[in-house]
Design a protein around this ligand. Structure first.
Ligand SMILES: [Zn+2]
Length: 426
C-alpha cells in the first residue's frame, strides 16, 4: 500500500493532567492572547474574533482552500438561510429540528438558519443538467451554519451556535464513491499532519435506536459496506460506534481529544445515497440515460471554531510561523534605528508577512523581547544592522542565526511561511 494513503497513526488519548497542573484551556488563552471573546449583548455561543484570532483563522482558511484546490475542488458561496421547504425535502425538518433555530416568518413564507450546507449544495448541483463527464464534481465551501445548542453547554469556541464549517460535497457515480472517500480521508490525513494534529481514533459511526434516522435499510447497508471498505483500504484502525451516525447515513468520524482527554469529532467522511434521492439528483450516463449520483460529504478540519480551539491548546499560543498572528517583530534598539525598522516593516508587508515594530517606547529591549516571546521571529536592529542593511534574528526557540542581509532573511522566512512549514528555520 502506498504510504501516502495512510493517515497519521492515531495518538493515544491524552491523560487528564495531574491535579494542581491545569490543562491548556483555549478559553483562558483566547482571552490572554486577545484572539476571541463574547459579549452578553451578542449572546452566548456567538463569539467574535479579535484581530489576532482573525489572522489565525484567515491563514487557516486559505491553507485549507489551497489544499482543496489542489485536490480538484471548486469553491462556492451560499446563503446561511433557506426556506423551510428546503429542509423538509432534505429531511432536516423531520429528523433534526430540535437542533435548529425556530423558523422566521416572512409574510407568506418561513425561512430558517441552515443547520448544514448539504441542501444548498444539492441545489447547486441541480441548477442545470449534469453529464457523467463532469463527475466527480467536488463543491467546497467554508460556510456558516447554525445549531440551537442549549445555553448550558456553550463555551469558548468548542460549543457555539454559529459555526463556520469547512465542508464539501462530491457528486459522483456509485462506482467512484469509494475512491472519492479514500481520497478525502487522505486529504484529511495530510492536512492534520501539516497542522500538527494527531487524531486519537477513527470511528465508523452507525445508527442507533429510535426514530432519529431515515428508514431505508438497503441504503444504510450499502453505505456502511462502502465506508468499511474505505477505512480498510486506507489502512487505519477503526472502531464502530452505534448511535453516532448522521440522520441520513453512516459516517467516518476522525476523533481528537483535548488535554483533559475529552473527545470530539473534527473531520468526517460520509457516503450518502439518501439526499440525492430526496432532491431528485440526476446525471446523464454514457448510455444517454438518467442516473442517480452519490453524494460524498466530507469535512477536512471540521468547524473553524473547534479546530482553532484545538490548535490554541495544542500550541499553547506558540503557533507555527504560517499561523502566528504576528510572524515577525522588529526591535529597534533606539530611536536612531526607527527609520530602518520602518523600512524593513514595509518590505515585510510587501512580502505578505504579519509584522510589528516594537520600539523603545515599549520599554527596555529585554522587556520587549519577553513581550514578544510567542512571536516566531524577532529582529533586533542596532546601529550596525541599520547601517549595513542586516538583520540579527532571534527565533522563538532560542536559536540565533548569524546576521543576514535583510532581503535574504525575509525571503527565507517568507519561503517557510509559504509552504506552511512547522519549522522556524532550516
Ligand atoms: Zn453534507
Amino acid at each position: 500500500m502506498p504510504s501516502d494513503l495512510v493517515p497519521a497513526a492515531p495518538a493515544p488519548v491524552p491523560a487528564a493532567p495531574a491535579s494542581g497542573r491545569s490543562a491548556p484551556d483555549h478559553r483562558r488563552l483566547g482571552r490572554e492572547l486577545e484572539l476571541f471573546d463574547t459579549d452578553p449583548l451578542i449572546g452566548s455561543g456567538l463569539p467574535y474574533w479579535l484581530p489576532d484570532g482573525a489572522a489565525i483563522r484567515h491563514a487557516l482558511e486559505e491553507f485549507i482552500r489551497g489544499r482543496e484546490r489542489r485536490a480538484g475542488y471548486r469553491h462556492v458561496y451560499s446563503p446561511v438561510l433557506g426556506k423551510r421547504e428546503l429542509y423538509e425535502i432534505s429531511g432536516h425538518w423531520e429528523h433534526y429540528r430540535e437542533d435548529m433555530f425556530p423558523p422566521m416568518d416572512l409574510g407568506a413564507e418561513q425561512v430558517v438558519l441552515r443547520p448544514s450546507l448539504c441542501p444548498h449544495h444539492a441545489l447547486i448541483y441541480r441548477s442545470r443538467a449534469r453529464s457523467h463527464r463532469e463527475l466527480p464534481l467536488r463543491i467546497a465551501e467554508l460556510g456558516g451554519m447554525h445549531r440551537s445548542e442549549p445555553s448550558g453547554v456553550l463555551g469558548g469556541l468548542t460549543r457555539v451556535r454559529a459555526i463556520q464549517l469547512n465542508d464539501a460535497h462530491i457528486f459522483c457515480t456509485p462506482e467512484q464513491a469509494a475512491d472519492e472517500a479514500v481520497a478525502a480521508l487522505r486529504l484529511i490525513g495530510e492536512a492534520h499532519r501539516a497542522l500538527g494534529i494527531r487524531p486519537v481514533r477513527y470511528r465508523l459511526s452507525l445508527p442507533g435506536e429510535g426514530g432519529k434516522y431515515v428508514a431505508a435499510p438497503e441504503l444504510w447497508e450499502r453505505s456502511v459496506a462502502l465506508l468499511t471498505e474505505v477505512l480498510e483500504r486506507s489502512g487505519v484502525p477503526f472502531e464502530a460506534a452505534e448511535g453516532e451516525a448522521a440522520f441520513y447515513g453512516p459516517k467516518i468520524d476522525v476523533q481528537i481529544a483535548d488535554a483533559a482527554g475529552r473527545e470530539s469529532t473534527l473531520s468526517t467522511v460520509q457516503i450518502d445515497f439518501h439526499q440525492p434521492e430526496r432532491f431528485g439528483l440526476r446525471y446523464i450516463g454514457p448510455d444517454g440515460r438518467r442516473h442517480r449520483p452519490v453524494m460524498v460529504h466530507r469535512s477536512v478540519i471540521g468547524s473553524v471554531e473547534r479546530v482553532v480551539a484545538h490548535l490554541i491548546e495544542l500550541y499553547g499560543g506558540a503557533f507555527p510561523a504560517w499561523l502566528a498572528p504576528t510572524q515577525l517583530v522588529l526591535l529597534p534598539l533606539s530611536e536612531g534605528e526607527r527609520e530602518a525598522a520602518e523600512r524593513l516593516r514595509e518590505r515585510c508587508l510587501d512580502l505578505g508577512l504579519r509584522v510589528e515594530v516594537a520600539g523603545p517606547e515599549r520599554g527596555s529591549l529585554g522587556a520587549r523581547i519577553r513581550a514578544a516571546r510567542l512571536v516566531p521571529y524577532q529582529a533586533v536592529i542596532g546601529p550596525r544592522e541599520a547601517a549595513d542593511g542586516l538583520v540579527a534574528l532571534r527565533l522563538r526557540d532560542g536559536r540565533r542565526p548569524a546576521p543576514l542581509p535583510a532581503a535574504e532573511a525575509l525571503d527565507r522566512i517568507g519561503a517557510l511561511v509559504d509552504v506552511c512549514s512547522p519549522e522556524l528555520w532550516d
